[in-house]
Design a protein around this ligand. Sequence first.
Ligand code: FVH
Length: 283
Amino acid sequence: MLENISVLGLGLMGAALARSLMAAGHHVTVWNRTPAKAEPLVAEGAVLADSPDEAVGASPLVIVCLLDHASVTETLDGTPLAGRAVVNLTTGRPVEARRTAEWVAERGGDYLGGGIMAVPPMIGQPGALILYSGSRPVYDRYEQVLSVMAEPRFTGTDPESAPLLDIAMLTGMYGQIAGFLEAAALVKAAGLPLRDFVTTLLTPWLHAMAAQQAGWAGNIESGEHGTEVSNLEINRAGLENLVRAFREQNVKPDLLLPLKAVIDQRTARGLGHEGLSGLVEEL
Ligand code: FVH
């Protein structure tokens, strides 16, 4: 079913979202603080609203993708939201999402928040994912529309859940990036071919190791941190070895040191027999 949809915020992400909705044939009204950014979309068939009020008035489904939550409430301040489904795809912390959801509800709107797990070129393509939380009725009513932008995943009615899971996903990503950067610095400093190392060794190794994570999650949920694979004492010695090797190669191990500190702390408590999952108890 083709819908009337308003998109507020035409930065890199908002423009990509609007474009994907237009490509699916929906009737899209757009608004941006700096109107010039709307010009390419208007040339492609979007309708330009002169104000947030006009944009919100044009469609029952209002998608907002701005810099931060403060800019969302600033933009929608004074705009009646009664009868509107407000889908906020602006990144924020869980407490901000709760506050914005309450703010929207006070003005009569139904709030669904989303955490975008994609960069703009991925929008509308396989592999893009958006985590949603908030109003289940809004999600159910518009699931088909949302799936045009990215695979939608409803994570719960608590507005905090999508941003929390978004942050958890990014945390896993940054941890992997930290390991990648240290490994790359070591290989580069040694004058070895880096691209070859990454494609033939590191990436397949990381895939294989990622298979351990479901088991660790089970340990963490049960609080049972026994292991028959590799205990913390072995990992403590392994990290010690890594850090010494980095220093001998004149490469700083700075991104590895926080992990080493937590392993040292746990083993110093006499828990070196546990597996790596036990470290979560220190955090
Ligand atoms: N780009 C990405 O890769 C990431 C992927 C994950 C999700 N994020 C989040 O998406 C939100 C928007 O990000 P963006 O990439 O579109 O950002 P910009 O291109 O910088 O556009 C920002 C838009 O916000 C408008 N804006 C800023 N401040 C205000 C304000 N006070 N009042 C009204 N609008 C405001 C800005 O307007 P203008 O500067 O063009 O006038 C842009 O439309 C963001 O939460 C990411 O974390 C993207």
